[in-house]
Design a protein around this ligand. Sequence first.
Ligand code: SF4
Ligand code: SF4
Length: 426
Amino acid sequence: MELEKPEESTYLNCIRCGLCLAVCPTYREYLKETASPRGRVALTRKGLEGKLDLSPNLIEEMYGCFACMACNDICPVGIQPANLALSMRYVQEQRQPKKWKEVIFKGLLSKAGRLELAMLPLRLYEKLGIRRLVYFLRLNRLLPDRIRDLEAMLPRIPQRPLRRVLPEITEAHGETRYRIGFFLGCAQSLLFAEQSAATLRVLARNGCTVITPKDIECCGMPARGYGRMDLVLSQARQNIAVFERFNVDVIVADCATCGSTLKEYDSLFARDPEWADRAAAFRSKVRDVSEFLAGIPLKKPTGRIEARVTYHDPCHLRRAQKVWKEPRKLLSLIDGLEFVEMPEADWCCGSAGSQLITHYDTSRKVLDRKLDNIEETEADIIASGCPGCRMQLKTGLQRRGTPARVVHPVTLLDEAYGGGDGRQND
Ligand code: SF4
Ligand code: SF4
């Protein structure tokens, strides 16, 4: 993760081979060099060498990148166009800081309590039955496409954030084999509480005593995506310090985006003498939940799920964490599930954080290809380890009238173990 202006070595060696063009979702939609990884590398170079102004158009191409990291993986000489695009957002933010980012990232996202408060209108929308009424009267059809999709993306909103409901310690069933720290991310706590509750049940059933600290902050990914590295650093320091208080063997995340960001904390502080060792110790413990579960002896689930399932690889899991066999392994433990691999399972679904709002048209085009691939499998269930991907896929499938469930793979494992109180819906 770049903290400063990119160094020459990060872009000078591009041999313009074009391999990265074949894997880039934004290039595939527009066939425009400036919307490609190679183009973004060239724009970065010319911008930093002073041959091009860092104009709004140039910066827009950096924000147009979906940060899927497919280009990073394929580049034969080790250029990382996705990281350069993020670094250029940082460079721009240094030159011309934007007031609204101060409000959103420092005001809202810097404290979990403020974000919870900001969710109040949505909770009331659900709790007072307004949402049911909107659907009953089909008022959602009157909304503009973008707003209707955003509304449809929302899962059933928990009335209380999971962080407020959970005890700090969830005891293992039987003897404690592992002492786990659980990083309960903001989206999981506020929107996908049932799914994270399932994660805790599965961990506890498999001999884990789980500590869920309440005073963590956002992992830092939203601020990073908008060039606010100052906030990423302060959030990372807080999270490292919080987990240092507990003597845990492993720190587990059940959100691909949170996990990938936590795994970058060591590189964030590599040149900081005060924090380098602490960040490295923290990072060495971080695991995605499927990575952790696939690496320990698991109790065999006794329940069956009679369904056809496919798996979508979130970029933040497959590309950033190289975790892709593990969720498939977990699914294979469940009797009755028939697994079908979808074509291009590792291609971005177009969610890409806030790009599904800010770059709505591109996001929909990228999603459409993913949905075609999903529908080819005729799966009843689509599993995926990222809340953003699940929201995006669920909305797309609803729009097409495809009646498939979209869930975290650990939710299915939990159901096969007997679950909490029945079937859960993300
Ligand atoms: S970024 Fe890498 S893959 Fe893309 S054109 Fe340059 S050298 Fe080739
Ligand atoms: S990260 Fe993805 S969207 Fe961005 S340039 Fe690379 S391949 Fe294209």
